[in-house]
Ligand binder design. Structure first.
Ligand SMILES: O=C(O)CCC(=O)C(=O)O
Ligand SMILES: [Fe+2]
Length: 352
């Protein structure tokens, strides 16, 4: 079966924290048994939510989002089952990762990273450090242009089909959940294990790069009549890969600010352009967002990579010791630590 060998879990905060409110484009916490916190009320007020009527609408939206999240895992598994039985892929070959999909430079970089005396300095000669060294954001060729074209065609074929579709995440309304399409087993998992992990090990050893053991992967899509942009956020990931797949579009640049654990009063953002077929690697905790596209369609593959060794100690979403709850498949990448599993202490990157 496709079940991971190890049981992955989620943190209970998924039902209470980081609830994204589309209307005001901000994240709130909400615990049913309690009133909204003073802090939430203030933030809402600052965003123009003031009257009783405004608050009623917010409360309703939040309660709906909590309900959606409670049913999410179950509904996602139901969609996946239907899709695997009924969906007819246009390009079945893109479901099984092959070296020919990957850019030759990417294969070279991975080869270097898996060689005996690979080190960070050597790797930095292969990839672009695009933001100055402090942000640790890197650009590298990932796929061939031809693969990007076929992959988007496949996703469009799915989009135009009658199949049930989920939303990529809380903040993106358009795109495809790659798990539901059956793309984890023979594509995303080997891509993470064989290719991305060796690179991340050298770039982010202090942030779980050496122990990435699960992921959540999806494609986001922006266009003038769908989502235009993406609000500032951090990912539920230790390390993220974001690959531009196409098609033709203008603007829609990404911007990156501080680490979530170390916000400065006036964050300095760096803006980064997309280059089709190339990817960006960044730490999930680095606050970022996307500017509006002004024409065309932008499709990006996002792989949120997770390290159970890191997140078992501190959930990146609620910033507390995770309250572990059962989950489907990779869940949110937590595990019940067993003794002798990992060293007792693992450096967390915000401590450094
Ligand atoms: O729009 C993008 O390319 C970035 C998406 C993103 O940051 C995310 O889904 O976490
Ligand atoms: Fe993100």
């Amino acid at each position: 079966s496709a079940r991971p060998a190890r049981a992955f879990l989620a943190c209970a905060c998924f039902h209470t924290d980081n609830l994204f409110l589309q209307r005001y484009r901000l994240h709130l916490s909400y615990r049913e048994e309690k009133e909204m916190t003073k802090e939430s009320l203030k933030v809402l007020g600052d965003h123009g939510c003031r009257t009783d009527e405004d608050f009623k609408v917010v409360l309703k939206e939040i309660q709906e989002e909590v309900q959606r999240r409670k049913q999410l895992a179950h509904q996602s598994m139901a969609r996946k089952a239907i899709i695997s039985q009924c969906y007819k892929p246009k390009h079945p070959e893109v479901y099984v990762l092959q070296d020919s999909f990957l850019a030759p430079e990417f294969l070279e970089t991975v080869k270097y990273c898996t060689s005996q005396d690979a080190d960070l300095q050597g790797l930095l000669r292969c990839i672009d450090s695009i933001s100055g060294s402090d942000k640790r954001i890197y650009r590298l060729p990932v796929f061939s242009k031809e693969f990007c074209r076929l992959f988007i065609e496949e996703l469009e074929n799915f989009e135009q089909s009658e199949m049930p579709k989920g939303r990529p995440n809380t903040m993106n309304n358009y795109g495809v959940l790659l798990n539901e399409l059956g793309l984890y087993e023979a594509f995303i998992t080997p891509l993470r294990e064989k290719y991305l992990q060796p690179i991340a090990s050298l770039l982010y050893p202090d942030c779980g790069g050496e122990s990435l053991d699960s992921h959540k992967a999806f494609v986001v899509k922006y266009s003038l009549h769908e989502d235009l942009d993406l609000s500032s956020h951090y990912d539920n990931a230790e390390v993220t890969l974001n690959v531009s797949l196409g098609k033709e579009f203008t603007e829609g640049n990404l911007y990156f600010g501080d680490l979530r654990q170390a916000p400065t009063p006036v964050p300095k953002y760096v803006e980064i352009e997309h280059v089709v077929s190339q990817g960006l690697l960044h730490r999930g905790g680095q606050i970022h967002g996307a500017l509006p596209v002004t024409s065309g369609e932008r499709w990006n593959l996002i792989i949120w990579m997770r390290s159970s060794a890191i997140r078992n100690q501190l959930c990146p979403m609620c910033n507390k010791k995770p309250e572990l709850v059962e989950a489907e498949e990779f869940g949110d990448g937590f595990t019940r630590s067993t003794e002798g599993d990992m060293p007792q202490t693992v450096d967390l990157c915000y401590l450094i």
